[in-house]
Design a protein around this ligand. Sequence first.
Ligand code: A2P
Length: 345
Amino acid sequence: MKIAIVGATGAVGVEMLRVLEASTLQPSEVQLYASARSAGSTLPFRRRDLVVRELVPGPIPADVILASAGGSISKAYAPDWVAGGSVVIDNSSAFRLDADVPLVIPEINPDAALSHRGIIANPNCTTAIAAVAVWPLHRAFGVRRMIISTYQATSGAGAKGMEELLEGTRAYLDEQAVEARTFAHAIPFNLIPHIDTFQDNGYTREEMKVAWETRKIFGEPNLRVSCTAVRIPTLRAHSEAITLEFERSATPDEARELLGTAPGVELVDDPAAKRYPMPLTASGKYDVEVGRVRASLVFDGGLDFFVSGDQLLKGAALNAVQIAELLHERGALRAVTSSEVVSGR
Ligand code: A2P
């Protein structure tokens, strides 16, 4: 199997290569693509240095393309990649809500991936981290309403977001002016309740993605979801406070039992020992940390809890590689016929 990573030099692309290195997949070839700026640079993979190539229009000679160079690149290039016989696992938001593109978290809706028509979408990072924790509770108790407040790391805005935090923090400590380039305001020693663009309903697109995508992944078009998304001055791993109202009453003990064995979840819930999810402990981990599980004081039989997950991993690179593994294991890595090709709108 030949695998290509598009956007290989970005915050997510670098992680895709690392996760691939540790995965069970044994690609015969790994090709790396980025902009002309990075062409000729190298990245290590299984004791070899792979050379980054410039992405140019047209097909890529790979069975699987893991794409993470942004929505406009995916939109413009993916139809050609599919027409050239590749299966595209796309980390951007370009195709996530298209009816003929599966939106997949392997722990939740693996079968959706099998009916792909050339493109499979990887969910938004905030959505993915919440979804792996909420899904086992939804199956047991039926989520009726879900309220999320997020604490999102600067790496959610890519490598340049992390640089802006580090440079800005140095400037702030040196009593220099702090520049805001990637973010709407200075991020060091601040937090910003503004991620992506504002919609007519007053929510941001990031907040609405959590609602739209969770409904699609769960197959629950009427699920009530409300989110407030906030950027905070951490480097990596998103955290989220989640409140759930259920059809059937849940207790914290029942929830902890389910979460303790749920795939993709690590229960970190021992407040007396100061153990709870945090970005510093969740960073670099494949599993999403879940803790602070308690009975809701607002919704009878509902729950409050806190999650921290490495959004570059489960929220992006890891989920994408897991989709590739799933397709490989289930024999669904096939070129689509021309009549199946998605519109790529
Ligand atoms: P490059 O590093 O050459 O700019 P991030 O999300 O961390 O900002 O990373 C974005 C990724 O997408 C990087 O690998 C970046 O490459 C790549 N990229 C950005 N613009 C283009 C483009 N026009 N063509 C190909 N790759 C691009």
